[in-house]
Write a protein that binds this ligand. Structure first.
Ligand code: GAP
Length: 433
């Protein structure tokens, strides 16, 4: 884990939040390569879960919502973790994560009573700081979709089953944020609320279970490192009648990556009551009115990034030298191909490399949007290869003296280090496949 965190910082993927002020626990800032990786992950999810289907409707709801939303959803009353505080050192812990709930693991002092700690961040909207102005930062994106159910039905008249999809930030005042971006206080979710007839829930639960496995494959995680866990009734969220967690083998153990839940009609019924607005669906075929039931695949963006980094981090030896690199799939790598001149101070080489770079960028416009091309002439060629390996770039293209004579370049494969000579004309065929 130390090696992954250090690589992420050194190479500009992820930094500690507010670092120059000593940080703010549970917050992380994504640097240029982290943003690129995250954007690729989110774009791929949107493509697979929304664009490639005809039954999905995207929304981007406000993070701040009327407090009534959170009262109805059960979050004001029940979105809490058990908290204990040491009477001696005053360190606080999540009681359900302690082996011994009697003695403080930091100083051996005695714990006070376990109390429920609500994890929502509370704030005030507008100039007044009274109870009427209270609002919360959303702890899940889901509710932004439930409260837009009626809007989508009224605007689009979708036939059941259909889903709302959203990618966005969520906030939880975690008692013990830990393990890098695994448990943060501010994170991102990619969620779907899929509305079905009550009797159809099992069929669609299975459909999304399969789609989640396809997703695991699409982002290049090794299947043997992902495990399903049937969550027992006592551990399920208050709204769920069935939950399967998808767990991943992180360096710190097997922990939750994603969740797939059958939320029944819990949320729509609660909002129908709380807002005094009908959220029933009218089925034109059967002429029935009913509150649809919901299947919810919920995927954390940051846990996905951590799983991808863990999965990709590799150490080997190349040319007698130890090396560490990221074996990222070309679909999500921040840079797909890096173009170099062999030497920085030889103008004909630099000009030619710039030409090849421009040619690839032009070709990308028609070939695929899923290709990212970089130009790199920093340091010597060995250092450039090392840097590109560390950030997971699958291919490096080098323009050398031979290029000036026969219009061929070398294409180096990240995983093997092997270089092949390719005609510039055929470069796009080799890379855009
Ligand atoms: N809408 C359902 C929901 O929010 P959840 O299991 O509480 O369910 C869903 O969260 C996903 O969000 C998790 O599987 C995980 O990927 C991510 N997640 C939850 N809490 C997180 C945290 N503190 N830091 C990072 N990711 C988190």
């Amino acid at each position: 884990m130390e090696k992954i965190i250090s690589l992420a910082k050194r190479r500009g993927f992820i930094y500690q939040g507010s670092e120059i002020y000593g940080g703010l626990a549970g917050t992380w800032d994504y640097g240029p390569l982290g943003v690129a990786l995250k954007n690729n992950v989110k774009a791929l999810w949107w493509q697979m879960f929304v664009e490639e289907r005809e039954d999905m409707y995207g929304v981007d709801a406000a993070i701040l919502m009327n407090k009534g939303v959170w009262q109805s959803s059960g979050h004001v009353g029940g979105f809490s973790d058990p908290l204990v505080e040491c009477a001696k050192c005053h360190h606080r812990f999540r009681a359900d994560q302690l082996a011994d709930t009697k003695k403080c693991p930091d100083c051996g002092g005695a714990f006070g009573e376990v109390r429920q700690f609500n994890m929502m961040f509370k704030t005030h909207v507008g100039a007044a700081e009274d109870d009427a102005a209270v609002s919360y930062l959303r702890p899940e994106t889901a509710q932004g979709m439930f409260v837009n159910f009626k809007n989508i039905v009224d605007s689009f008249h979708p036939a059941l089953p259909f889903g709302l999809a959203q990618i966005g930030k969520a906030f939880r005042n975690e008692i013990a944020p830990r393990d890098f971006i695994f448990r943060a206080r501010e994170f991102e979710q990619m969620e779907i609320e899929y509305f079905v007839r009550p009797n159809d829930w099992e069929r669609f639960f299975e459909e999304f279970r399969r789609l989640m496995w396809q997703w695991v494959e699409a982002i290049g995680l090794r299947r043997e490192n992902v495990h399903e866990l049937e969550v027992p009734a006592e551990d399920r969220a208050h709204y769920s009648k069935r939950t399967i967690d998808f767990e991943f083998d992180y360096p710190f153990g097997r922990k939750e990556l994603y969740g797939l839940a059958y939320r029944t009609d819990f949320d729509l019924s609660a909002h129908q009551k709380g807002s005094a607005t009908s959220l029933e669906y009218f089925d034109e075929g059967s002429k029935e009115r009913f509150v649809p039931h919901v299947i919810e695949p919920s995927l954390g963006v940051d846990r996905t990034i951590l799983a991808i980094l863990t999965n990709a981090y590799t150490e080997d030896e190349l040319g007698g030298e130890p090396r560490s690199f990221l074996k990222l799939s070309p679909t999500i790598a921040p840079v797909t191909v890096a173009v170099f001149p062999l030497l920085k101070n030889k103008p004909p080489l630099v000009e030619k490399a710039r030409e090849v770079y421009a040619m690839l960028r032009e070709a990308k416009k028609t070939a695929s949007n899923n290709i990212r091309i970089a130009f790199d002439d920093n340091g010597n060629i060995g250092k450039r290869y090392r840097r590109q390996d560390e950030i997971g770039t699958p291919w490096c293209v080098t323009v050398d003296f031979q290029t000036l004579e026969d219009d061929t370049v070398t294409v180096r494969d990240r995983d093997t280090g092997n270089q092949t000579r390719v005609k510039i004309d055929e470069l796009t065929k080799t890379i855009f496949r």
